[in-house]
Structures are given as structure tokens and as C-alpha cells.
Design a protein around this ligand. Structure first.
Ligand code: AVI
Length: 327
């Protein structure tokens, strides 16, 4: 059986609900700790403990993104449905808990197929069987894949169904602009003749951004430090979490939040038989979260060959949802 092969040469982004063990963790973590400056890919936040912490972040009063996007999805669901048309094939990149897609499915006119793509097979199976019971007329074709790497979509896909991509949560913000363009180019090939509905976090008052990534309860700090806790659990490392501090700053020039783990002392850490040295105040770069203006994101979409059409945003200008057409 042949399928539609899609190839991305970019690192996996952060995803909610990706409770899985990454086979490359040991290799990438040790390599990142030995590079200068030290850096660990943000996808490794999302083991089971990290996914629980991320779900907590989404509920925080300071973290406006999740509730603002959900409110926008609910408020404009009928418009999305009208734009997408009847009998569509809906493809979600990094489907997670399938919470946001339900808002769309409830509004759509007889959607034909739903293809959720997620890296966690067990999790996908569980959430899909619940969805199947709720939407018995919808054909479900789950794909277990890291959607930022080469993967195969079910084949044959429905010739007459208009393909529509769905990528909520501003996960695109965890890609660099170059990675975003590469990803959007691939998506545009997959949804040719249809389009992509995508959630994008916006540039805003620095105080609001700072609070969202430095919450009063310290959940984001715990989420960041979970990388070290995960290395202790899985790689037998001996990080003392109290000897590292969470740091999140807004880099205005690059228009992104940068997260770091800062060593509070000179120290040597053992990781899987390797010794890694830290000097006092040395930082490990753990995440970038890019913030766009509506115009800068539309320009990015153009560069990727997608045609930016409608945009929805809340009154405070916190978050945006874009409809990008793929001709
Ligand atoms: C998943 N991603 C869009 C989140 C973000 O805001 O960049 C991950 C996150 N990092 C810290 N808080 C939330």
C-alpha cells in the first residue's frame, strides 16, 4: 500500500499530552549537555510527568493561551465550518487530548474523515475510541507518528474530500522561523485544494509574557526542571534540582520567550557514565517560544506558499487563529 510521504528536516516541537519515552533522549540530552552553549530540545519536556505539568500550565491564570484559543474556536466555529465546507477530511498535527477538535467537529457539516497524528500510540488509541463513540458517522484514521519527521498518511485518501489541516496550541511557536516555513511547506502539500487552520500566539506587553512563563506557583519552573528530573529517572543522572534555577526571558529582538536552566554553582554531574561540568550561572537553553504579529505570521505563511486569508483574534490581542489556503 502506498501512502503520502511527508518529510520534515526539523526537530520535533513541544506538544501537550505527549506522554511517551523518546528513544533519542539519552543521545540528544548528553550531546546537548556537552555542546557549548548547552542546549536540550524542548520536545523532551513531554514525558508522563512533563505532560501533567503542561496540562497544569494550561490552567494557570497567567497562561492566557489555552483559554483564549478555546474561546476563539468556540466563538467562530460556525465561520470555520462555512469556510471549510461539507464532507471534509480533517488532519490534525499533534492531536493530543482531542479537546479542541471537538469544537470544530461539532460545527462542521458532515465531516467525512478525521486523521489525528500523534506520537503516542497508546494515548491516541484511547482518545480515538472515545471520539468514535461520540461521532459514529466520522471515519477515524489515526496516524502514530512524529509529525515533524517523515510519516505516511493513510492511503488511499478520500479523493473527493477537501483536505483541511488543524494545528492549534501555537506549537508552531516552538519552531524557529526557518523550521516553521519548512513545516508549513510540507503541510501545504498535504492539504492542497484545502487549507490550514492554525493557532498562533501574539507579541504583547512584556509583563504579560513574562508572567505567563514565570507563574507565581512555579509550575513552569517545575516543567522546565522536569528535564533534569527525567535525566535522573531515565539516565541515572545525579542532578540536584535545587542547584538549578528556572529562567524565562523575552528576547524582543528575536520576538521569542527563551527558557533556560541556570546552574547556581560550579558543579559536576554524572549522566550515564559521562561527567558534565557546569560553571556557576552557566545556562542550559531549553525552549524558544516565538511570538508573532498578525502581519509577521501572514508573511511567514506566504513564504511557505500558503495564502493567508481570514484571521481571528481576541479583543485584547493576545492570540490569533489563521486560515491559510493551499491552492
Ligand atoms: C506547547 N507550547 C506552545 C508552549 C509554549 O507556550 O511555548 C510550551 C510552554 N513552555 C512553557 N510554558 C508552556
Amino acid at each position: 500500500m502506498s501512502g503520502t510521504q511527508s518529510s520534515f528536516g526539523i526537530p520535533a516541537p513541544a506538544r501537550a499530552n505527549w506522554a511517551h519515552r523518546e528513544h533519542g533522549f539519552a543521545r540528544d540530552f548528553i550531546q546537548g549537555m556537552k555542546s557549548a552553549p548547552k542546549r536540550v530540545p524542548c520536545k523532551y519536556f513531554y514525558d508522563a510527568a512533563g505532560s501533567v505539568l503542561f496540562d497544569e500550565i494550561c490552567e494557570l491564570p497567567e497562561y492566557y493561551q489555552t483559554r483564549t484559543e478555546l474561546a476563539l474556536l468556540s466563538a467562530h466555529a460556525a465561520e470555520f465550518a462555512a469556510i471549510m465546507g461539507p464532507g471534509i477530511e480533517l488532519i490534525e498535527f499533534g492531536a493530543g487530548a482531542l479537546t479542541k477538535v471537538r469544537v470544530l467537529l461539532d460545527a462542521l457539516d458532515a465531516p467525512r474523515t478525521y486523521i489525528p497524528i500523534d506520537i503516542s500510540g497508546d494515548y491516541l488509541e484511547k482518545v480515538c475510541s472515545a471520539l468514535n463513540a461520540e461521532y459514529p458517522a466520522l471515519r477515524l484514521d489515526p496516524v502514530v507518528a512524529d509529525f515533524t519527521r517523515p510519516f505516511v498518511l493513510p492511503s488511499p485518501r478520500h479523493d473527493k474530500a477537501r483536505p483541511i489541516g488543524f494545528f492549534p496550541g501555537s506549537t508552531i511557536g516552538n519552531f524557529s522561523p526557518e523550521e516553521s516555513i519548512a513545516f508549513l511547506k510540507t503541510v501545504s502539500g498535504i492539504v492542497r485544494g484545502g487549507g490550514l487552520l492554525i493557532g498562533v500566539d501574539l507579541v504583547k506587553d512584556e509583563g504579560v509574557l513574562h508572567a505567563a512563563y514565570n507563574d507565581a506557583r512555579g509550575v513552569t519552573g517545575a516543567f522546565n526542571k522536569n528535564l533534569l528530573a527525567r535525566a535522573n529517572r531515565e539516565l541515572g543522572a545525579n542532578f540536584n534540582l535545587d542547584l538549578f534555577a528556572h529562567r524565562a526571558i523575552f528576547n524582543a529582538k528575536a520576538s521569542r520567550i527563551e527558557m533556560y536552566l541556570v546552574s547556581l554553582d560550579d558543579q559536576e554531574i554524572e549522566i550515564s557514565g559521562e561527567t558534565v561540568e557546569f560553571s556557576e550561572l552557566e545556562a542550559v537553553h531549553t525552549e524558544d517560544s516565538y511570538k508573532y504579529t498578525i502581519e509577521s505570521f501572514r508573511a511567514l505563511a506566504w513564504e511557505a506558499g500558503l495564502v493567508p486569508r481570514q484571521v481571528w483574534s481576541d479583543a485584547a490581542g493576545l492570540f490569533s487563529i489563521h486560515w491559510l489556503e493551499a491552492d
